[in-house]
Design a protein around this ligand. Structure first.
Ligand code: ADP
Ligand code: SF4
Length: 582
């Protein structure tokens, strides 16, 4: 059995501690040198390690000792360095198809993408040597990857890549959107692409002043305008509302033709499901090793991912299945009402908001659906009394804590300091559940998108409040983290008898997290109206009807899936008015 050891020397910095851990290793105690300090690094000789786990128990956050499954006795495609991350196998782009990648953060998706893009030369496990194309072609002989690397060698692959964290773009770019896009418009299609992505009206805006959803579409346009035959998108959907997600994914799908391959990393499973022709799953242990599965049909692949067991590979990578059971609506009694409103109206310059009548119950998680810019934040500010209403009744005003949609931090403050209140008050419920401890000594400005998201959720929930508004908590989180956040939110609201309004555009996440659904309708930036909260079925039906899409439940995992427009199921459900099948 192959044993691998991974040490995160960036997180484990204390030299004294490194020497102490090495001194506790039984192999070292027997006189051999299994653990040793070289320069500033603590290293483990995997040949000598007996897998006792003592070092991991002393440093569970930074040292992993893993016995690899039998099937992984093969050579990794890439190994960053001694006791660092290893990647096994590669996802392979296919011309004319959209290939999706699904997997946890930290499992090697970016590494795989960089290799395909020719930016990172893989070393086939020999981390002191870089493999040449001849070696790679030989390594992958007889597989799809062989053909791919032959083309890459011959200069026949040109890659255009959209990175995950689009917030970084305005930090390095400046000027008007149109000027920026014109500079990279190798195809001369700026006008068409902008129209297809719905950004024509912001072309004259400064890149530093556009919203998150606009920036996402500008980044997609910047990728698509390049002349390439392999387009890779690392997360398409963050900050986009459902309508935008659907139109952007239709556009991306249309890029794939006999000369062009498309690859997407995506955590919104509804979008991944309707966008991809094939998917690869990635599993393993974050920051230690990642394995790319064979390509699978999208439907079966997503179901296998949720089940935690890969049939063909015979690998179990999660103890528990993820299933989606229809929820029964719970009627709340009067004494559990947190806040109620009726006839609320508010005008802000050219935007007006109206809320008929509704109430929120203590302990409830209410999913909020609606386009960007339609008044969700404004409404919650009115419920908190932070913003005066023009008319209508609210009883009583409540204390609100708010997590914004768009996260960006230049702060040098340590996570430990920023979350001191959460750490002292909710170390189990929040800090432990959302796996924040490994981030303690990082600065806020050093966090990745997913890390900053979890820190922001914890910061929001640790405030003393009766109503929590979380705007797009799923952005940058992987599927497992989205489900973990759902559970934390539900448990926390129950425990505190508080209420959460969760604005999100990942419908699978909303399906999982919510007890009830509120729907915002109207025209972004002009007028918005608040409806509900309704039962899950009532709210989803109202929302989906307006978007003119129907959903069914998958017969195996029971997850919601979008029906193909005009399919038998779609027509049947439309006729019956059952847009949301439950
Ligand atoms: P959401 O949270 O759904 O994205 P918001 O409530 O933030 O929407 O905004 C709804 C609309 O109201 C937007 O067009 C926004 O520009 C406008 N708006 C929000 N606050 C103000 C304000 N203080 N003055 C003028 N317009 C505002
Ligand atoms: Fe040493 Fe045991 Fe850690 Fe291996 S697992 S490095 S033998 S302490």
């Amino acid at each position: 059995m192959t044993r691998i050891a991974a040490v995160n020397n960036q997180k484990l910095k204390d030299m004294e501690r490194k020497r102490h851990i090495a001194s506790m290793c039984p192999v070292n105690r027997g006189g051999a040198e299994c653990m040793y300090v070289e320069g500033s690094k603590l290293l483990i000789n995997e040949e000598l390690c007996i897998g006792c786990g003592i070092c991991h128990n002393l440093e569970p956050e930074t040292i992993a000792i893993i016995n690899l499954p039998e099937e992984l006795q093969e050579t990794p495609v890439h190994h960053y360095g001694q006791n660092e991350f290893r990647l096994y196998n590669l996802p392979i782009p296919m011309f004319g198809k959209v290939v999706g990648i699904i997997g946890r953060n930290g499992i090697g998706k970016s590494t795989a993408i960089k290799i395909l893009a020719g930016v990172l030369k893989p070393n086939l496990g020999e981390f002191l040597a870089e493999a040449g194309y001849a070696q790679l072609i030989d390594f992958f002989k007889g597989t799809e990857a062989q053909g791919f690397f032959e083309k890459l060698r011959d200069g026949k692959i040109t890659v255009a890549y959209k990175p995950q964290q689009i917030e970084l773009i305005p930090k390095s770019a400046s000027g008007k959107v149109k000027e920026l896009l014109s500079r990279i418009d190798e195809k001369g299609e700026l006008a068409n692409v902008s129209a297809a992505l719905g950004i024509t009206q912001i072309l004259s805006h400064d890149i530093r002043s556009v919203s998150g959803g606009e920036l996402q579409r500008v980044a997609i346009a910047a990728t698509v305008l390049r002349k390439a035959n392999l387009y890779i998108f690392d997360e398409l959907t963050s900050y986009l509302d459902m309508k935008q997600r659907l139109s952007v994914s239709r556009f991306i799908k249309s890029l794939a033709d006999s000369e062009t391959a498309v690859m997407v990393v995506e955590h919104d499973l509804i979008i991944l499901d309707s966008l991809s022709d094939l998917i690869h799953m990635m599993y393993g242990k974050e920051d230690a090793y990642g394995v790319v599965s064979m390509p699978k049909s999208t439907k079966a692949g997503i179901n296998e991912y949720l089940s935690g067991y890969l049939r063909e590979e015979n690998v179990r990578f999660r103890d528990k299945k993820i299933t989606f059971e229809p929820k029964q609506g719970v009627e709340h009694k009067e004494e559990f009402v947190l806040i109620s409103w009726s006839g609320v109206a508010k005008r802000l310059d050219s935007f007006s908001l109206a809320a008929e009548s509704g109430q929120l119950s203590k302990g409830d998680v209410v999913g909020v659906l609606g386009e960007n810019g339609i008044g969700k934040t404004t409404f919650v500010k009115i419920l908190a009394g932070v913003l005066e209403r023009d008319s209508g009744k609210i009883d009583p005003l409540v204390k609100v804590s708010y997590k914004p949609q768009y996260l960006d931090s230049d702060s040098e403050e340590l996570v430990m300091a920023a979350l001191s209140q959460a750490i002292s008050k909710y170390s189990n419920q929040l800090v432990h559940s959302l796996d924040i401890k490994p981030l303690y000594t990082k600065k806020l400005c050093e966090l990745s998108g997913g890390e900053l998201q979890r820190v922001s959720i914890v910061a929001c929930l640790s405030q003393d409040a009766q109503l929590y508004l979380l705007d797009e908590p799923s952005a940058y989180l992987d599927v497992e983290q989205r489900l973990m956040v759902s559970k934390v939110l539900r448990d926390f609201m129950q425990l505190k008898g508080a209420t959460a309004l969760v604005v999100d555009h990942d419908l699978l996440f909303i399906d999982y997290v919510s007890d009830r659904i509120a729907v915002f309708e109207g025209a972004p930036a002009l007028h918005g109206s608040v409806h509900g909260p309704f039962s899950m079925e009532g709210g989803m039906t109202r929302f989906l009807k307006a978007l003119s899409i129907t959903f069914r439940r998958d017969e195996v995992s029971h997850r919601p899936r979008a029906n193909k427009e005009g399919s038998v199921k779609d027509r049947e459900q439309r006729e019956k008015g059952r847009y949301y099948y439950s």
